[in-house]
Design a protein around this ligand. Sequence first.
Ligand SMILES: Cc1cc2nc3c(=O)[nH]c(=O)nc-3n(C[C@H](O)[C@H](O)[C@H](O)COP(=O)(O)OP(=O)(O)OC[C@H]3O[C@@H](n4cnc5c(N)ncnc54)[C@H](O)[C@@H]3O)c2cc1C
Length: 465
Amino acid sequence: MSQRFDAIIVGAGQAGPSLAQRLSAAGRTVALIERKLMGGTCVNTGCIPTKAMVASAYVAHTARRAAEYGVGTGESAVDLAQVWKRTRGISERSRSNVENWVAGMPGVTLIRGHASFESPRSMRVGEQLIEAERIFINVGGRAVEPDFPGVHSVPYLTNVGVMDLQELPEHLLIVGGSYIGLEFGQMFRRFGSKVSIVERSPRLLPREDPEVSAAVMEILQREGIELHLGAECIELQGTAGDVCVIAECAEPRMAVHGTHLLLAVGRRPNTDDLGLDRAGVETDEHGYIVVDDQCRSSVEGIWAMGDCNGRGAFTHTSYNDYEIVAANVLDNELRRITDRIPAYALYIDPPLARIGLTEAEALQRGYEVQVGVRPMTRVGRAIERGETLGFMKVIVDAQSERLLGAAILGASGDEAIHCLLDTMYADAPYRTVTHAVHIHPTVAELLPTTLQDLHPVTARKTPAS
Ligand SMILES: Cc1cc2nc3c(=O)[nH]c(=O)nc-3n(C[C@H](O)[C@H](O)[C@H](O)COP(=O)(O)OP(=O)(O)OC[C@H]3O[C@@H](n4cnc5c(N)ncnc54)[C@H](O)[C@@H]3O)c2cc1C
């Protein structure tokens, strides 16, 4: 016997519970299926716990610098078990908020277990068969297990295990110099570990403009993080407590030794065990569910939201997918993925916030590019806070006078950048910002000044270090 619902939602990540709530409010019956932890990656093993740990790392770093500010703190030491306890507390409160929220939704049945398709309109969870005319997939992703030689014999951590360490690694080796690897790298360095990062590309964050990569590299190196870039032939060796990453193809092959190994080499979608073939749902060569601009899959009545559709890799993009689906399905309002402006942050300290196009992308697309750059050493608020690393950079199309993108690598850059992002959403000329009067003293108050000092890209100033 199967059980019928108006809708099935698979995965209680960043889109599923919100959509369940909207469907519930519209009087629909919903089966929400979750195989593990309510709230998904962000709440349990992603954004929330990492940012809680980044906050602890920031306090440790600032405490070490306390004397510069005229403050005596005595000896400062990091208690990783306490960091873990605080982090888990924050994450668990967030998860239980989601649990309570879902429990209070009329018409929504939470089913615990792994769901897979039986047909385009039915799914199996253990012994239970459930059916619905509409199925919404929000299954997220997980860490990639790379095919490096030695990966099956050498003990390694992913983002999940590294957050559960309660004793400080003496020397943490990280393979992967992108967002996740860099955040954990700086955090553990500040906790007191020796940290080495091995990255295949010749520079960190290869999709960012070169001066952004260079400035991030300098920030990490000045804290004593060892970087090995351009490591093309990575091989893993060793046993628990004594691991080794071989990072060079040519003999003699350079080897980096440490006590713990974190692999942070990308994410893959949780679509391989969903039985998508039984529903006829198309995926791309990486396993992402192919969707149109409204998150509709190749099969009518099946949608995919969040990381599993490959159209975003962030909490805010997953949530926006929910908004797009809800608008189209429930409100008859046309909302599209392509209306979204790329926006994200890397939470090292200082953070790197990025919106829109990089300079290289803007040039490649044929825009008449103008750039404004201002080092954080010329931002009053940063000087007062004693946090002057980094720079802000704005990219403008000279023809249309529209902002094309921006990068703020600097204190509070992740907040300040939103005044530029909203200007882009408003499709307003950049002069809207240059004529705005911002609050003093803030980091954002220097954005109008930066935009008043634009240069054609060929004559652009490089950021001061
Ligand atoms: C270390 C780390 C730090 C991050 N930091 C940030 C950040 O600062 N900012 C940011 O925006 N993003 C960050 N992210 C990314 C962010 O966490 C994800 O983009 C976001 O959680 C994706 O949400 P989602 O809704 O697509 O899926 P998820 O949140 O992953 O949820 C998917 C859910 O589906 C469940 N599920 C999967 N398959 C099945 C099945 N077959 N049956 C039943 N249930 C199933 C899973 O158990 C999971 O609960 C970070 C990620 C990591 C790993």
